[in-house]
Structures are given as structure tokens and as C-alpha cells.
Design a protein around this ligand. Structure first.
Ligand code: G6P
Length: 477
């Protein structure tokens, strides 16, 4: 039987015209599967009324199979809203203060990982290569091993990995973060994340470090390495060129009446630092009054995780701040901040990025932040905009042509906005060119191939290497 790539993630982008998926994970996983024979397994996005497990939904599209299962209300509450998004999400974003741990939610998280493993188990063949994604599924490799699967298992964490002390603040962390030791390869976004996980692993009971990033636990071997996630740069640049003529972009351009455009695009999430950004904009308008009436800030913010209390609170906070700044600085003919909770396709956003003089990407903590990369890919090389990027985004380790800022310092962000608005064209072009070249070389196809190659090398088994070569050959063909 031909080897297949089995991708496992909480969200699955089933090509059935369902709701649009937010976040970078779907972009990356889609790309990994793009030209390969494979399976994508995860949650259907549906919550069923009863607690009975419904059979998996299977959709076939060309050489790909999508397998999804529904969650019960209790599972959704305890696994998704509870442990994944009220404990792991804040803690891994260095916000242990926001983590609301309960053992009931941890139990639900483990139970759902078990359900997923049970359902997936039936579809796994011995030749398959398994690649698990993100914090919802930290125990998945261990669950699959318990069910007797000896397949190579890789894991990629799309969000940050904080230092060991922060990880250890998670109650029962050995059962969640520690369970990653059942993988063959764990991929992280940055060297800093990989170093943090390595230091955490080396402190676990029974760990033997064989080499940098190579650990042994009870004869199991796991490797830890950084694989900065990327985008389909050339495809995205083309989408941006094409969509500048779209009605969305045309309408926006006309409504600006020649004003310079500053753009922010983020899910409504406290890790994105939207209130800090609003304060920085307020500072900018206060300190640089000559720009009043001449710039417009557009913040596109689809709502997410709407049942989680911290997100409900954020929604209120941002709306209030936007109202205050618009009230203080706006006049009948000009509103400084346009705040929109709609979600747009990545192709539509590409046109908005290309039209923006500044991409303002200032998360307080972010695994990578693909908006930053997409903003760069979308620019017109002859007249590019300027990226202002938080030092706490994974992308800051790569995008050295951005103006790097500390999002906790509104005055510095305000000064960066002014610097970007005044930046001469030669400097803009030079900064843009270096970043674009980096993204054109290090694109999402290379990312997937590099990860899968590294996974192949972990076992040093000729059969596995052969399986992976066949996967690459079918991807190229
Ligand atoms: C981030 C996470 C993804 C998640 C996405 C959207 O990008 O890394 O795993 O899917 O946010 O969040 P949601 O809770 O809507 O899946």
C-alpha cells in the first residue's frame, strides 16, 4: 500500500464550502497536504446535542480524505473552551495569570484526545506517516502509541513555547506537554521555542539528552527542532496583484479620500495586543497632530472563541477604546479608527495589504504571525508599504526589514508609525526586497518538505525513508 501522510489537527478545512477558517494553522496544514496523498483528521466544527459519539464523517476529494468527528456539548466545553483555550492558550502565550485550570476540563481534554485516537486508529496503516498539529492535541502521540501504532509521529506547535518554569506552572504538565516525548519529532516556530522545550524535556524524570535537541526516555527517542512556518509567497503575491482591483479594495480606496492607510488584521484575542495598539494610535494622534485627518487606521478583527469569558471581556475593552479615541480625535469628516469584526478570505485581505501604507502587527506574544509575512508578500515592490512588527512575534526573528517595536511601549509604537509614514521610497524598497527574497526562498512547500525529511531521519529506518521519498515524489509529480 502506498504511504500516506495523516494530518491531525483540531480544525479541519473540509472543502465543502463550510465556514471560513481563521488562523495560520489551516494555511500550513492545507499546504502540507496540497499535493500529497493523505488524510486530514480532526473536529468537524459541529457540536452535537447528545453525549453519544457520532461516527466520523468521511469526505473524499481527489487523492485526499477528510475525516471529521463532532464534539458533544460537554466535550466542546471542557476540551475546546476549557482546557485548550482557557488553560493551554494563555499559559503557552506566557499568560499563566489568565489560565483557569480545573481538573474537570483537563479530564475532558484527555477524553477527547482519546476519542480522536480511537476514531483515527481505524484508518491508520503501518506505512503511514502521522503529523499532529497544535496545542489541542499534545497527548495524541501517546494515545496512538497506547493503541499500538508504531508509525513515525511528528508534532508541530503553532503557538509559542514558554520557558520551563512557565510550562511547569501548568498543573499536570507531564501529562500534556510531557506527553510530546512520545513523538519522534517535535517542531517549534523559533529557536527560542525549541530551546525552551529542550530545557523542559531535559528536566523531566528519566530524560537522557543524547545530543542537542535529541532526548531519550525509556528507550524512546524524540528530537526537538525549529521549523519557522511560512506562506505560499509566490501565490500570495499573485493574489495581491489580482485583488487590488476588487470591489472591496476599490470601495476602500475611494472612501479614504487620499488618506494614508494603516492596517491591522488579527483574530480578537488578548495575545494580539489590540488594546495596546489602540493606545499607541491614540499617542500617535496626540504627539503628531499634523497627521490628524490625513491617516486612517483600519483594524479587521474577526471574533473568535466567543464563549470564552476572557474573549468576551476583550471585545468590550477594544470597542470602548476605539470609541474613546474616535470620540477624542475624530471630526464629522474623518474617523481615525475603523473597527470591523467581519472575516475576509485571505485573497481579499491580500488586496487590502497591498493598499496599506503600514502593516501594524503588534502582538504581545505570537508563535509566528502569518499576517506579517502575508503583508510583505502582498506589497508592490516599486512602492511598498512598511511593516511595523512586535519583537514578540516569531516572525520578528526573520523579518529584519520591519521596524521592530515593543508593543508595551505606546510612545515607541507611535514614533514607529511616524517613521514609517515619513520613510523615503528607497529605504522602503530596500527593506521590502530583503524580506521578500527571504520569504520567496523559505516558503510553505519548503517548510513541509523540511519537516517531513527531518521526521524521516528520526528513525533511520530504510523503509520509512523510502516511504517519505515516495511521498515527495508524488508531491512533485
Ligand atoms: C491559532 C491556533 C490554531 C487555531 C486558530 C483559530 O492560529 O494556532 O490552532 O485553529 O488560532 O482559533 P480557533 O479556536 O478558532 O480554532
Amino acid at each position: 500500500m502506498a504511504p500516506r501522510l495523516i494530518l491531525v489537527s483540531n480544525r479541519v478545512n473540509v472543502p465543502d464550502g463550510g465556514p471560513r477558517q481563521a488562523g495560520g494553522l489551516t494555511v500550513a496544514v492545507n499546504a502540507a497536504l496540497k499535493q500529497r496523498e493523505g488524510v486530514w483528521f480532526g473536529w468537524s466544527g459541529k457540536v452535537s446535542d447528545d453525549d453519544e459519539l457520532s461516527p466520523p464523517h468521511v469526505t473524499e476529494r481527489r487523492r485526499r480524505t477528510f475525516i471529521t468527528i463532532d464534539l458533544s456539548k460537554t466535550d466542546f466545553q471542557e476540551y475546546y473552551n476549557g482546557f485548550a483555550n482557557r488553560v493551554l492558550w494563555p499559559a503557552l502565550h506566557y499568560r499563566v495569570d489568565l489560565a483557569e485550570f480545573t481538573s474537570v476540563d483537563l479530564g475532558g481534554y484527555q477524553r477527547v484526545n482519546g476519542h480522536f485516537a480511537d476514531a483515527l486508529s481505524k484508518f491508520i496503516a503501518p506505512e503511514d506517516v502521522i503529523w499532529v498539529h497544535d496545542y489541542h492535541l499534545l497527548p495524541m502521540a501517546q494515545e496512538l502509541r497506547k493503541r499500538g501504532h508504531n508509525n513515525p509521529i511528528g508534532f508541530f506547535l503553532h503557538i509559542p513555547c514558554p520557558p520551563p518554569d512557565v510550562l511547569k506552572a501548568l498543573p499536570h504538565h507531564e501529562e500534556t506537554v510531557g506527553a510530546l516525548s512520545y513523538c519522534d519529532l517535535v517542531g517549534l516556530q523559533t529557536e527560542q521555542d525549541a530551546d525552551n522545550l529542550s530545557r523542559y524535556f531535559s528536566g523531566l524524570p528519566g530524560a537522557i539528552q543524547r545530543a542537542p535537541g535529541l532526548f531519550e526516555f525509556d528507550r524512546r527517542r524524540v528530537r526537538v527542532r525549529a521549523f519557522p512556518v511560512a506562506i505560499a509567497t509566490a501565490v500570495y503575491a499573485r493574489a495581491a496583484r489580482n485583488s487590488v482591483k476588487s470591489p472591496l479594495v476599490e470601495d476602500l480606496r475611494q472612501s479614504l479620500h487620499g488618506n494614508r492607510l494603516i492596517l491591522g488584521v488579527d483574530r480578537l484575542d488578548y495575545s494580539k495586543g489590540i488594546p495596546n495598539r489602540m493606545q499607541a494610535l491614540g499617542k500617535f494622534l496626540e504627539k503628531f497632530p499634523a497627521w490628524r485627518g490625513k491617516v486612517t487606521f483600519l483594524q479587521v478583527t474577526p471574533k473568535s472563541r466567543v464563549e470564552v469569558p476572557e474573549y468576551i471581556a476583550m471585545d468590550e475593552e477594544v470597542s470602548t477604546l476605539v470609541g474613546k479615541i474616535n470620540g477624542r480625535y475624530g471630526d464629522p469628516g474623518w474617523t481615525p479608527i475603523r473597527y470591523i469584526n467581519k472575516s475576509y478570505s485571505r485573497a481579499s485581505l491580500a488586496g487590502l495589504y497591498r493598499s496599506a501604507d503600514i502593516g501594524l502587527v503588534t502582538p504581545l506574544r505570537d508563535g509566528m504571525n502569518l499576517v506579517a509575512k502575508e503583508y510583505v508578500a502582498a506589497q508592490d515592490p516599486e512602492n511598498p508599504g512598511v511593516l511595523i512588527l512586535s519583537q514578540f512575534a516569531g516572525a520578528a526573528h526573520e523579518l529584519d526589514g520591519a521596524i521592530i517595536v515593543n508593543p508595551y511601549e505606546p510612545e515607541a509604537v507611535a514614533a514607529a508609525i511616524e517613521q514609517a509614514l515619513e520613510m523615503p521610497i528607497e529605504e522602503r524598497r530596500e527593506r521590502q526586497q530583503g524580506m521578500f527574497e527571504h520569504l520567496a526562498t523559505n516558503d510553505i512547500d519548503l517548510w513541509a518538505e523540511t519537516f517531513l525529511n527531518a521526521l524521516g531521519e528520526t528513525r533511520e529506518q530504510p523503509r520509512l525513508l523510502q516511504s517519505l521519498r515516495q511521498l515527495f515524489a508524488s508531491a512533485r509529480g
